[in-house]
Design a protein around this ligand. Structure first.
Ligand code: PNS
Length: 168
């Protein structure tokens, strides 16, 4: 059985992430979407909230599971018998960072491959950080966020609107 892990901060999951998850679910027997810690980011939503968002938006995908982990991705992959890390690749700006992480993950776990799925053109510019920034300024987010989480996202943004400092 081929198991892939799709790691990320997912703060929150966007339509761009969902597109990658749906495509990965057709390539692997099982896909584990794992909410992980990115030391460079200060999330708006708790780990549990981000997992809950993902469970709601992936409910139609029977071979997709949601999990979270606060350690190394390479270790998680080993413990959970994942052969491949899935990453979404947007513009060229993603490449250097992702290339470095793929090298590190392979060094830590030589059996692990990294597989990059290019973003669909309508999501090339989309990121959770951009969605949060647009949200703080009241933009219409229906093209960017799955409908299952839109209301809860906007509620949190309203409650946080006195603090517009957005950490990447
Ligand atoms: O959505 P993001 O923030 O770009 O995802 C980055 C993430 C969470 C996948 C990355 O920071 C990660 O793999 N964190 C777990 C710790 C780890 O294994 N780091 C890689 C070694 S540098």
């Amino acid at each position: 059985m081929k198991i892939a892990v799709y790691p990320g901060s997912f703060d929150p999951v966007t339509n761009g992430h969902l597109n990658i998850i749906e495509r990965a679910s057709k390539l692997f027997d099982r896909v584990i979407v794992c909410v992980m810690v990115n030391c460079e980011k200060k999330p708006l939503f708790s780990l549990e909230e981000r997992e809950d968002f993902l469970r709601r938006v992936c409910a139609h995908l029977p071979n997709v599971e949601i999990d979270s982990f606060d350690g190394l991705l390479a270790e998680y992959a080993k413990e959970n018998h994942c052969c491949t890390i899935i990453k979404g690749l947007r513009a060229g700006s993603d490449f250097e960072k992702e290339f470095q992480m793929a090298m590190i993950n392979r060094k830590l776990n030589p059996a692990l491959e990294s597989l990059f799925l290019t973003a669909e053109h309508q999501y090339m510019y989309l990121s959770s950080s951009a969605v949060k920034e647009m949200g703080f300024y009241g933009a219409d987010l229906t093209d960017f966020l799955p409908p299952q989480i839109l209301e809860q996202f906007q509620q949190r943004i309203r409650n946080t609107s006195d603090n517009k400092e957005i950490k990447k």
